[in-house]
Design a protein around this ligand. Structure first.
Ligand SMILES: Nc1ncnc2c1ncn2[C@@H]1O[C@H](COP(=O)(O)OP(=O)(O)OP(=O)(O)O)[C@@H](O)[C@H]1O
Ligand SMILES: [Mg+2]
Length: 113
């Protein structure tokens, strides 16, 4: 089991979802976040101090079974890419446990389709 965290441009969500659904991947959590990448957001000089402005991004989180990891990463990459700086990052973490609250089931079967 893996936990995928992807930071993307907010306006790429629909394309990412389209690519995920085409691969039978549906379950996700999405939240509005702010972040800074290599370009440091954009940097402002305020009273001789450099301040980093955080840019609005969208965070997708997905628990997936091992056989879906490559497809999920491919789909997010395909849907989120514009080729310009700021397209985002995808992080893949080991997932130790998943418990389905309604049934009490745990393990890979609890992640769901
Ligand atoms: N190393 C990181 N750790 C945590 N979040 C990150 C990291 N790199 C990028 N992010 C998040 O992803 C968002 C988009 O990053 P971005 O695509 O600009 O990365 P980058 O390394 O600057 O690549 P590029 O040069 O293509 O812009 C950031 O605003 C931040 O929220
Ligand atoms: Mg950047």
């Amino acid at each position: 089991m893996k936990y995928i965290i992807a930071i993307i441009r907010p306006d790429r969500l629909e394309e990412v979802q389209r690519a995920l659904v085409a691969r039978d991947i549906y379950l996700m959590t999405v939240s509005d976040v702010r972040g800074c990448g290599r370009q440091k957001g954009f940097v402002e000089q305020v009273r001789s101090r450099k301040l980093v402005n955080l840019v609005t991004k969208l965070k997708i989180e997905m628990a997936v079974n091992d056989e879906f990891v490559d497809a999920a990463v491919d789909a997010i990459t395909l849907g989120a890419r514009t080729g310009e700086t700021g397209d985002g990052k995808i992080f893949v973490l080991p997932l130790e446990a998943c418990v389905h609250v309604r049934t009490g089931a745990s393990g890979p079967g609890a992640i769901g389709p």
